[in-house]
Write a protein that binds this ligand. Structure first.
Ligand SMILES: C[S@@+](CC[C@H](N)C(=O)[O-])C[C@H]1O[C@@H](n2cnc3c(N)ncnc32)[C@H](O)[C@@H]1O
Length: 215
């Protein structure tokens, strides 16, 4: 990858207070190179330049690392693996499942997992409606309206678990349409280096009647 991309990544991670070891940095750069290469042939993302991919995919994903506690995380509608692949690179103890119904995107995820040597990631090509498992945290970015994300994944969230919804431009009606059994624990504005054309937010949500399971 170009020196500009390396500098954008290093400076962006420092701004986000995300420390990386040498192997993690190499893996992030290898992911970037692979995404850029595959994108020319398979059109995996509308983000074309590697510099923009650093901000909009690597750093945007890394910006929520502070909220990820695991130990298991499902990324629903992960596409080419964002944010889940980045979060798996940043925390090798985290057990990450990437789920998407799109075959070419899951093929990319599997290739990235193999080339990067990640042993904490599973890739599932399935519609979330047909998937059956249980996770401590469920995250999504650009997958669905908030209520649909919660409704579709409710059966997959463990007792005491947490949803992490990455939203760019949250509409008021999305919050109003949440089921009464779901509560927003936290709503945070995210400042992502290189991404200032859209307001990034992270919402942490849970079940109202799960309070006794949380510390
Ligand atoms: C806009 S992309 C976002 C990809 C990635 N999260 C990102 O932010 O770059 C939405 C993804 O959700 C997937 N998707 C939509 N509905 C789905 C469903 N019911 N089950 C599984 N995946 C779904 C699509 O295939 C697509 O890859």
């Amino acid at each position: 990858m170009t020196p500009i991309c390396e500098r954008l990544l290093d400076e962006g991670l420092a701004t986000l207070n995300v420390d990386v070891e040498r192997q993690q940095r190499e893996r992030l750069l290898a992911l970037l190179a692979l995404l850029h290469k595959w994108n020319r042939a398979y059109n995996l993302t509308a983000v074309r330049s590697p510099e923009a991919m650093v901000s909009r995919h690597l750093l945007d994903s890394a910006s929520v690392a502070f909220a990820v506690t695991g130990p298991t995380l499902l990324d629903v509608g992960a596409g080419p693996g964002f944010p889940g692949l980045v979060l798996a690179i940043l925390d090798p103890e985290l057990q990450v499942t990437l789920l998407d119904s799109n075959g070419k995107k899951v093929r990319f995820q599997r290739q990235a997992v193999m080339e990067l040597g990640l042993d904490n990631v599973r890739c599932e090509q399935v519609r979330v409606e047909s998937f059956d498992a249980s996770f401590d945290q469920i995250i999504s970015r650009a997958f669905a309206a908030l209520g649909d994300f919660i409704g579709l994944t409710e059966p997959l969230l463990a007792r005491g678990g947490e949803w992490l919804a990455m939203k760019g431009g949250l509409e008021a009606r999305e919050l109003e349409s949440l089921p009464a059994a779901v509560v927003v624990h936290q709503r945070l504005a995210l400042a992502v280096p290189g991404v200032d054309d859209v307001e990034r937010q992270l919402l942490r949500l849970g079940r109202v009647d799960d309070a006794e399971y949380r510390q």
